[in-house]
Design a protein around this ligand. Structure first.
Ligand code: SAH
Length: 282
């Protein structure tokens, strides 16, 4: 095995252990992890894999298997096929009733009438289409109103802001603390022809000067959401809508309590697997 080969380890694992697996793969220098449904595919360079990284990773997985229901398969890939395999593995995804998300290298039949959002997944952590992204999109398609002003906190690829504009929002501001996300969201605004309506800011919600939003979207994690509820409240119009996700069903009660403490009214809940999105109104 040489550097011209890659190793793919596909792991079927429950949600609770996925983060540990991703962290371990990352610490061992994995070139990327691709997440779809309950499967995680971790990629390693052939040389790295042979120089004991493989042994460490497999020992880690074997230990994990003693406690949790996981399965895994190891495959060797030739470099020539690498991009092809990678690109082929990504299919357009229909989300909710109205959206389809597709990579630039795949076609999609326009006749279905779905709104196409073009996002190229990159070989890096956390760019896969996550359950919570789909939950957010389903909530957005149900509640978004034409002419709205939208704040998307933790915009990532910009997908939620882009979807809102495609449903008629008049402007969206996306904010993210991650520089890669900032650059990627700007690229995606251009590719999806919403550039004039989508402003991207590098930073956190405190760096957004604007107020009086009709919608705030935030798909991050429980602690981040709870910490920002007061700011969400301040930045929303009266009767404005807050849509949040990034937490699991056992955390839902806690999020709802915090929302009610700020006098948000919970109006809808979306679920996929163990993941939850909550729609609430100021
Ligand atoms: N909105 C996208 C991406 C969600 S991933 C989607 O729904 O698919 C969460 C994003 O939040 C990441 O890009 C991360 O960099 C960003 N993030 C984490 N903490 C943040 C904070 N305090 N302020 C702004 N962005 C944050």
């Amino acid at each position: 095995m040489s550097n011209k080969t890659w190793v793919e380890v596909e792991i079927i694992a429950p949600e609770v252990v996925k983060d540990d697996i991703i962290l371990m793969a990352s610490e061992l220098g994995s070139s990327g992890v691709w997440e779809t449904g309950n499967s995680l595919r971790c990629y390693f360079k052939g040389d790295d894999w042979q120089k004991e990284k493989g042994e460490i990773f497999l020992n880690f997985l074997c230990d994990l298997k003693k406690e949790k229901e996981i399965e895994f398969v190891v495959k060797e890939l030739q470099e020539e096929n690498w991009n092809e395999i990678w690109e082929k593995s990504i299919e357009p995804i229909e989300v909710g009733e109205k959206f389809v998300i597709k990579p630039s290298w795949k076609g999609y039949d326009k006749e279905s009438g779905r709104i196409v959002i073009q996002i190229d997944p990159k070989m890096s952590f956390g760019t896969g289409f996550h359950e919570t992204t789909r939950l957010m999109l389903r909530a957005i398609e149900k509640y978004m109103k034409p002419g709205s002003r939208v704040l998307d906190v933790g915009t990532g690829t910009g997908i939620l802001a882009i979807a809102s504009i495609k449903l008629g929002a008049k402007e969206a501001i996306g904010v993210d603390i991650d520089e890669w996300a900032y650059v990627n969201a700007i690229e995606n605004a251009q590719i999806n022809n919403v550039k004039g309506k989508f402003k991207v800011i590098l930073g956190s919600i405190e760096d957004v000067a604007e107020k009086g939003f009709d919608f705030i979207l935030a798909n991050i994690n429980k602690n981040a959401i709870v910490a920002m509820i007061g700011l969400f409240y301040d930045k929303l119009k009266d009767e404005g809508i807050l849509i949040t996700s990034g937490y699991l069903d056992f955390e839902q009660g806690n999020i709802e309590e915090n929302l009610r403490a700020f006098e948000f009214e919970i109006i809808d809940v979306f679920k996929e697997g163990e993941w939850v999105a909550i729609v609430s109104k100021k």
